[in-house]
Design a protein around this ligand. Sequence first.
Ligand SMILES: Nc1ncnc2c1ncn2[C@@H]1O[C@H](COP(=O)(O)OP(=O)(O)OP(=O)(O)O)[C@@H](O)[C@H]1O
Ligand SMILES: [Mg+2]
Length: 263
Amino acid sequence: MEPAKPTKISAQNICKTYNPGTAGAVEAINGLSLDVADGEFVSLLGPSGCGKSTFLYMVGGFEKITSGSLTLDGEQITGPGPNRGIVFQEYVLFPWQTVARNIEYGLRINNTPKQQREAKVAELVKLIGLEGFEDVFPSKLSGGMQQRVSIARAMAYDPDVLLMDEPFGALDAQTRNRMLVDLIDIHQKTHKTTMFVTHSVEEAVMISDRVCMFSSRPSKIKEIVTIDMEHPRSVTDARFVEYQKRLLASLADEEHERVQQHQ
Ligand SMILES: Nc1ncnc2c1ncn2[C@@H]1O[C@H](COP(=O)(O)OP(=O)(O)OP(=O)(O)O)[C@@H](O)[C@H]1O
Ligand SMILES: [Mg+2]
């Protein structure tokens, strides 16, 4: 048996209320606990508006927790840091800068020497399969290529943790499938601890070590499903179908709950 990996991210009884004490208070999360091991790939799945992005942004340090404990390597998260890279659903590239410039953006900000920046860009461009596109501007790239650049940019500081909020949501099905295969490949090469928010049960089963199902708002973790399958996984594998069925049923229950609450 492999030795247990150390805990990378630990959320204990987290609560998050937006605008507390005002008429516009929104209780997004109530009593969420989750431990993510070093190198693990975890998906966050749940009904719309349940607090998946909120949780991801708290781990990123962009949103504060209202109560509970949220640690990275045993230290409370108090703000963003270079040990976490984030990829958003929208491609947030600078249109006036080339692929290389976009990727090395964070390294320029912290005055990394040119030689080191160039080496990093070369390494990442290779990792995302965009060699030869270094001097191209984002508008000349497809959506999938732009999202690859976003992933490379999130990895420029060589973060331990990658946080992705529905990164492939805006892509067509075929491009999304290719990106999933590539992301699995990147994860197997880099072993970065990854949190991946998605609406797609199929995406979650295809890519994750574990899938965390959020309950409807105010959310907590309803259940965690370990996907005990080797990569590459096939959607036609009976086990894949079984995981998918189980998670779809669980998600449908929570969606139902959410609709009931709003009636
Ligand atoms: N800045 C904010 N101020 C007030 N309420 C907010 C804010 N951000 C999010 N919310 C509310 O918190 C709840 C959780 O939102 P969040 O975006 O985290 O959900 P989500 O699970 O990512 O949803 P989706 O699947 O639609 O992306 C929602 O009710 C949302 O309206
Ligand atoms: Mg969201």
